[in-house]
Design a protein around this ligand. Structure first.
Ligand code: MN
Ligand code: MN
Length: 470
């Protein structure tokens, strides 16, 4: 029979054997909290300036050029410390700092995505109905459609006119700009709508955006409101109705990022998923100095719709970039890929006590508790996940520990509650070790998402530590 333990002994044994899951705030000094706050001031500016994948690429390339990054030339031989970038069609971008050992021991990659759920315009969007001009949309990514009605929207687009002229459009973000919206039904007449399932209450085909309501002044004629709107677009952008067919036009929430809570401990904004990890990964590569191995920050497009398309990570653009680096050092690309390591940097699901039934509390990530690790994602019995090995989780965990980076590990909700994936599986298919890590988010994919300032800063520190590791 074993002897009864003293209180002090139990405490010591607990410290030795059990996880400490105290509120993460207590693990930060006041000084570190202040650093996280000032880091997030710049993060909010970024969120307001760069709301779409094209705007993020523009912002990131400008910031990188200021820090000495130049366009990558595959025919050049680079030296340790050289800083290059590859702009993939203005919608995805790779930044790299050449390491002291080059890429012979593999490269160190942080990959985040810069597309977020939104309303895209159809090729023939503009029509007039009952004296109002409307724009037809096709939503992009996983949205709850009811969240996109009765909320202010801004327009972000890139149009190629018939004569080849390229025009950028951004309406609804500056003080005094007009904004847009999708209407919703008044409660007084919603008896039938309120009986419907939430997924059917708002139909995708009804997500039509109001574009205007005053006609051109004329005695008679059809489509005079539509004509009046088209005249404004022509005067401002040189656009005719046909030019909508060669345009990428996205409508996103118009409100700016702001602090949340009396203590300002959180940031609310559109599209933290995944621009929060993208910003952290960008800052980590811009501030990297003389890494041992060549490092890459990859900002990818198309993740929200499965990473398909040539600016998404289910294409080979990152693979080819690494292959070019390898060849410039006289190495075989597959040998470099096999030794490479990657953090798939995408937001984690933060536990929400208002919806506790879908979470498993002992395997959830919590706000203020640091960078969230997911060993695997997927759905229905780990389908669609690459799952990191015990060895690779151990390696990253040790990098975080050595650098005082607060981390936690969790799953995407309860086993049978749903699920999802990230870019990790596509990178793993290149024979690269990958682990999912990221900032925990509340209200993910809603027009307004929430993150903790401490987690935003900690995740940046995690990426930096990974780049500085051997
Ligand atoms: Mn994401
Ligand atoms: Mn997402």
């Amino acid at each position: 029979m074993s002897k009864t333990m003293e209180k002090e002994e139990v405490k010591k044994l607990k410290e030795k054997l059990l996880l400490n899951r105290r509120n993460g705030y207590f693990q930060y000094s006041d000084e570190k909290v202040a650093k996280a706050e000032s880091f997030c001031e710049r993060y909010k500016e970024f969120m307001n300036l760069a709301k779409t994948e094209r705007e993020v690429v523009n912002y990131a390339v400008k910031a990188a050029e200021k820090e000495g990054f130049v366009p990558f030339d595959p025919d050049r031989r680079y030296q340790a410390g050289d800083r290059v970038y590859y702009n993939n069609r203005g919608k995805a971008v790779v930044f790299s700092v050449i390491g002291k050992s080059g890429c012979k021991n593999g490269v160190r990659i942080t990959a985040a995505h810069i597309d977020s759920p939104r309303l895209d315009l159809k090729p023939h969007p503009l029509y007039e109905k009952d004296d109002i001009a409307w724009l037809k949309t096709h939503y992009y990514g996983g949205i709850k459609k009811y969240q996109w009605t009765a909320t202010p929207l801004s327009m972000h687009g890139h149009v190629v006119l018939k004569d080849g002229t390229q025009v950028d459009i951004r309406v609804g973000e500056e003080e005094g700009d007009p904004q847009f919206c999708v209407t919703d039904l008044l409660p007084h007449l919603s008896a039938e709508q309120m009986e419907k399932k939430i997924s059917k209450a708002i139909e995708g085909e009804n997500l039509n955006i109001m574009a205007g309501s005053w006609p051109v002044r004329a005695d008679k004629g059809d489509d005079l409101v539509k004509l009046s709107i088209m005249r404004i677009l022509y005067e401002k952008y040189g656009m005719t109705e046909e030019d909508f067919v060669s345009a990428d036009i996205e409508f996103v929430p118009a409100f700016p990022a702001c602090d949340i809570g009396f203590d300002r401990s959180m940031v609310g904004a559109y599209g933290h998923d995944d621009r929060v990890c993208a910003y952290d990964a960008l800052m980590a590569v811009l501030r990297a100095e003389n890494p041992e191995n060549t490092i890459l920050t990859v900002l990818a497009d198309r993740e929200e719709i499965g990473s398909d398309g040539n600016t998404g990570l289910n294409s080979q653009f990152m693979h080819y970039f690494i292959a070019d680096l390898a060849r410039s050092e006289g190495l075989e690309p597959q040998h470099v890929l096999r030794r490479s390591k990657c953090l798939s940097a995408d937001v984690a699901v933060a536990y929400d006590p208002n919806y506790a039934s879908v979470y498993e509390p002992t395997n959830s990530c919590y706000i203020n508790n640091g960078i969230g690790i997911a060993k695997y994602t997927g759905a229905r019995g780990k389908n669609g996940t690459s799952e990191a090995s015990a060895e690779f989780v151990a390696e990253i965990r040790s990098v975080f520990e050595k650098n005082n980076v607060l981390w936690q590990i969790g799953e995407l909700g309860k086993v049978d509650a749903g699920g999802g994936g990230t870019v990790a599986a596509f990178i793993a298919s290149l024979d690269i070790d990958v682990l999912d890590v990221g900032v925990p988010v509340l209200s993910m994919h809603a027009p307004f998402e929430v993150v903790s300032k401490l987690d935003v800063y900690t995740t940046y520190q995690g990426f930096k530590a990974f780049y500085e590791s051997k």
